[in-house]
Design a protein around this ligand. Structure first.
Ligand code: ADP
Ligand code: MG
Length: 586
């Protein structure tokens, strides 16, 4: 179905310039759309998927364009020979800027991109070698076998060839292990790191990839325009590219094409129509353009592409190959105890959230951590999983000290978790959300994803995710967006995701909250089954009935301090526990 759509699209693209009577004007417009679509596609990945807003993308076009302009005019290079250099310069600039920029968060990130967008614009205009504000002219056109691609019709095929290739590569990338990691960025650092993803690395990767697409567009631009100056690489252009990505449908590769077409056609139409209607005393078209874009975003908040897709019958959900070879299981050490928390302490300023707490989880046990709200249970989880730095004390897992280690390292050792406040990607399918849990069990990298050389492994990752979803009883919801499930079910999805890591120890923060009676019974059954298979569980839970019937051992916290521990029967009658829970001894 998807392939069929692509073939039709390519066929249409191929015949457009052959339409009799189609003027050069329209072909030129299409060329410009293709050039812009390349940049917007990078932004779709960076901003739409990864959640990193960049206003400075046009500057990367500048790197590509100037590199080629200078090399061809001053040093006599062949245009094609400058492509690797243009990409290398753009990539290098992106690594340097990316290392600084992607560390910024919240509104500092877009502000950072505006700052370097402006600086680069002025820099391009100041450098003697780049011809200052006049730029570089006399850039040779591309040519193929001596045939100069000087006509818009001729270069059209080169531009759109690159657009189609970029769209295919980007789609591949999104549909891969790395693509899931990129998508996970929007769900926040904590959840991504809990499954072994390195957010800083992934952010830099998308940043460079988006920049390379812009650099490619710039390189093409230099040889289409045959001249380069700073104007098209400023922040104004950067804003326009961002508009294209957002209006088209940020997060959708083909949305970039829709956005680029819409913005360029609209601007062109307005430039012709508005002065005719309102006169030329002011640039009214800019105002009308802004108003129209806002109106479009009001009509389609997610951008236009999802609206277009909705007009067609829903494509079948991605196939899951149930016969795919299972992923290799983790070697499980027999160390006892599996987890030892010794005198763990965590302070937030003057507040002692966890006060020298010690307890153990033995292999094959289900242990509950209970206590009133604010007792320090979630904080204890965060100390074990490395989300928070431990103030004092030790945590040992399978004989290894893990206190103060990074969450990714701890995940790699076999500790998987769920969160009290569900951390799933609501727009992503349950299947993809769960597959994220298997991230550390795959190897395929960026390039394999891009070139689709990861299919064998990807099938196994997806099959594993499907198995874990079936195991927790949510098979029928596999292809739905995670956000469409009830909150209780979303917690169960988080358990499936954690199971995908093939953990030795499962940390569940209030897994039964929001579940109905039968669902709680099913969860109990699942946890017992996991225990019988050697998985140990540490859980936080408020439902006493649930905890008492299920667990082997209970640790009770109150105001950060352990007030009791023991088997459920003993805890039930412990006066200190009763006092903490009921306010007074019964
Ligand atoms: P529980 O999960 O048992 O309900 P928490 O571990 O979430 O409790 O919180 C324990 C205490 O630590 C609470 O008083 C809470 O307000 C405080 N706390 C938790 N996280 C932070 C934080 N990041 N900064 C400051 N205080 C925190
Ligand atoms: Mg909590």
């Amino acid at each position: 179905m998807r392939r069929f759509g692509l073939i039709i699209f390519v066929a249409i693209l191929a015949v457009i310039p052959l339409i009799p009577g189609l003027s050069v004007f329209w072909i030129t417009l299409l060329d410009n759309i293709g050039l812009a679509a390349l940049v917007a596609m990078g932004l779709v990945l960076l901003t739409g998927v990864g959640g990193l807003t960049s206003f400075g993308q046009a500057a990367f076009c500048g790197f590509g364009a100037y590199t080629s302009a200078v090399l061809t005019t001053r040093f006599g290079f062949d245009p094609w020979a400058t492509l690797p250099a243009a990409l290398a310069v753009t990539g290098l600039a992106a690594v340097v800027l990316g290392l600084v920029t992607v560390r910024l968060s919240g509104h500092f990130l877009p502000l950072g991109t505006i700052a370097w967008g402006i600086s680069l614009y002025y820099l391009f205009g100041k450098i003697e070698l780049l011809g200052r504000h006049d730029g570089v002219s006399g850039v040779p056109p591309l040519s193929i076998f001596g045939w100069s691609l000087i006509e818009p019709q001729a270069v059209y095929y080169v531009i759109w060839g690159f657009v189609v290739l970029a769209a295919i590569a980007t789609t591949n990338l999104l549909d891969s292990r790395t693509g899931r990691a990129i998508r996970a960025l929007r769900g926040g650092r904590v959840a991504a790191e809990a499954f072994g993803i390195e957010p800083a690395r992934v952010k830099l990767l998308v940043f460079v990839y988006a920049a390379l697409l812009a650099g490619l567009s710039g390189w093409l631009y230099a040889h289409v325009q045959r001249a380069v100056n700073p104007t098209p690489f400023g922040v104004n252009a950067g804003i326009e590219y961002l508009f294209m990505a957002v209006v088209g449908g940020a997060g959708q590769v083909w949305g970039a094409l829709v956005g680029a077409s819409l913005v360029i056609l609209l601007k062109d139409a307005l430039q012709r129509v508005v002065p005719f209607l309102f006169g030329t005393s002011a640039q009214y078209e800019t105002i009308v353009f802004g108003v129209l874009l806002v109106a479009i975003l009001q009509f389609a908040r997610e951008g236009l592409w999802p609206r277009i897709v909705a007009l067609f019958p829903e494509p079948p959900p991605p196939a899951v190959d149930r016969d795919a070879a299972p992923l290799a299981a983790r070697a499980k050490a027999a160390t006892q105890p599996l987890l030892a928390v010794a005198e763990a302490r965590k302070t937030f300023g003057g507040l002692v959230a966890v006060n020298d707490v010690s307890f153990q989880v033995k292999r094959g046990e289900i242990v509950a951590l209970i206590g009133p709200n604010g007792a320090g249970k979630s904080t204890t989880f965060n100390l074990i999983t490395g989300v928070l730095d431990i103030t004092a004390g030790d945590v040992t897992f399978a004989g290894q000290p893990i206190g103060g280690q990074r969450p990714q390292t701890i995940a790699g050792l076999g500790i998987a978790r769920s969160f009290q406040h569900v951390k799933l990607l609501p727009d992503m399918s349950v299947l993809d959300n769960v597959a994220l849990g298997a991230h550390l069990r795959g190897k395929a990298g960026f390039i394999q994803g891009l070139l689709r050389l990861d299919r064998a492994e990807e099938k196994r990752l997806i099959a594993e995710a499907a198995r874990q979803i079936a195991r927790v009883g949510l098979a029928e919801h596999m292809h739905k967006p995670a956000g469409s499930l009830a909150l209780g079910q979303q917690r169960i999805v988080e358990i499936a995701r954690a199971l995908c890591l093939d953990p030795d120890l499962l940390l569940l923060d209030e897994p039964a909250a929001g579940l109905r009676h039968l669902e709680k019974a099913a969860l109990s059954e699942l946890l017992r089954h996991l225990r019988s298979q050697g998985v140990s569980v540490l859980l936080v839970e408020h439902d006493m009935g649930f905890v008492m019937n299920l667990t082997d051992h209970i640790v009770v916290l109150d105001f950060g301090t352990k007030i009791a521990e023991g088997p459920p029967a003993a805890i039930k009658q412990n006066p200190a526990v009763l006092a903490a829970y009921l306010g007074a001894p019964e």
